[in-house]
Design a protein around this ligand. Structure first.
Ligand SMILES: [Zn+2]
Length: 360
């Protein structure tokens, strides 16, 4: 008789790791695509992957070292048919970030995220996941007044095609998962409490997800969070009960849900229990990137055990609440702190596995 299968709780990061300060300073002096910066990007990626693997994380990312200027606009940065001054995101500490806006059609990505995978997989010894931006976030680039000779409908069709191409390229290259960043989901409820904006985002993202087979969707996930920039959030005051019922309508196999930094985790978990579909896996956030205190493995273990009261263990995973610097110039969290939190996530998830496995 073989040994009984060991219980494993999958654990994955969200994506970004703070860039080395030297790299941030070099980019600030010039053009993010200056070929002279290539060796510095390469060093940052190699160092990030080495340190990521040293944490024991069974799945890693490239830390988004090359995603300029952020998790949302990396694919359109530098397009000639865009201009600054698009959609504005307001954070709780009073600072704002702005997307770019489309000035003419047609809409095409300038780069697909699989270009980052190419580099990361050259260095990585363990599986690499890749985050991509959601169609709903990029839909905010189309201005409220229409673009001449390029209707909103044409834009949406082009956007869905580009997003679909990006995911397919990442899947084909062997991404462990492709995670669609959907931070604007919770923000949508804040902007429009009626829920219309959120539901339009869900519909749009489902049009994109429908283009994939059920098997492909098991490798596709969606990330939700209240935002994380300069240790500040944009929508933490929105009750998860306003978001999660719609979120779980998304045709994705995996959900990466910020939870460690929530004021009332059990309330969020009750909502997850009520609305999660039977085949959907939930990776709960067990570390809070915006909190300067480093979680202990025991704290993480307790958060996993708490979540296991609401989510069947075979559909539970753990993650960080968010990336550690979704905007590339954010130095509010150090690389050392980010990796220490990731190590705590990995160790704490193991402790929970042993605890639950021992109790089976
Ligand atoms: Zn996030």
């Amino acid at each position: 008789m073989g040994k009984p299968a060991r219980l494993t709780i999958p654990t994955e990061p969200i994506g970004s790791i703070p860039r080395p300060v030297d790299l941030i300073e070099r980019i600030a002096k010039g053009d993010s695509e200056d070929p002279n910066l290539a060796p510095f990007y390469e060093d940052a990626i190699r160092d990030t992957i080495e340190r990521f693997e040293a944490t024991g994380s069974p799945v890693i990312t490239d830390g988004e070292q090359r995603k300029y200027h952020n998790f949302a606009t990396y694919c359109v940065h530098g397009l000639p048919n865009t201009a600054p001054g698009g959609f504005k995101i307001s954070f709780s500490d009073g600072h704002t970030r702005r997307l770019s806006r489309l000035t003419s059609g047609p809409f095409r990505y300038r780069r697909y995220a699989d270009c980052y995978l190419d580099v990361a997989m050259r260095y990585a010894l363990v599986p690499v996941k890749q985050a991509v931006i959601s169609p709903s976030a990029l839909s905010l680039m189309y201005p409220s007044e229409s673009v001449p000779d390029y209707s909103r409908e044409q834009f949406i069709e082009d956007l869905l095609n580009e997003h679909g191409t990006e995911i397919r390229r990442c899947l084909k290259k062997g991404a462990h998962k492709v995670q669609v960043d959907f931070t604007e989901g919770r923000l949508a409820v804040k902007i429009d409490p009626s829920g219309h904006l959120l539901n339009s985002f869900i519909d749009l993202n489902n049009l994109a997800l429908s283009r994939f087979s059920p098997e492909e969707r098991r490798r596709i996930g969606v990330h939700t969070c209240p935002g994380n920039d300069l240790d500040s959030t944009h929508s933490a005051d929105v009750d998860y009960a306003e978001l999660l019922p719609s979120l779980f309508e998304l045709k994705a196999g995996n959900f990466y849900i910020a939870l460690a930094g929530e004021r009332d985790r059990r309330h969020a978990l009750q909502t997850i229990r009520k609305y999660r579909k039977p085949d959907q896996r939930v990776f709960v956030g067990v570390t809070a990137p915006a909190d300067p205190d480093i979680e202990t493995p025991e704290e993480v273990r307790d958060r996993v055990l708490e979540a296991s009261e609401y989510i069947p263990i075979e559909h539970l995973g753990t993650t960080d609440d968010c990336g550690f610097s979704p905007f590339s110039d954010d130095t509010s969290t150090s690389r050392d702190t980010a990796f220490a939190k990731i190590r705590a996530r990995v160790l704490g998830t193991k402790l929970a596995e042993n605890h639950i496995g021992g109790a089976l």
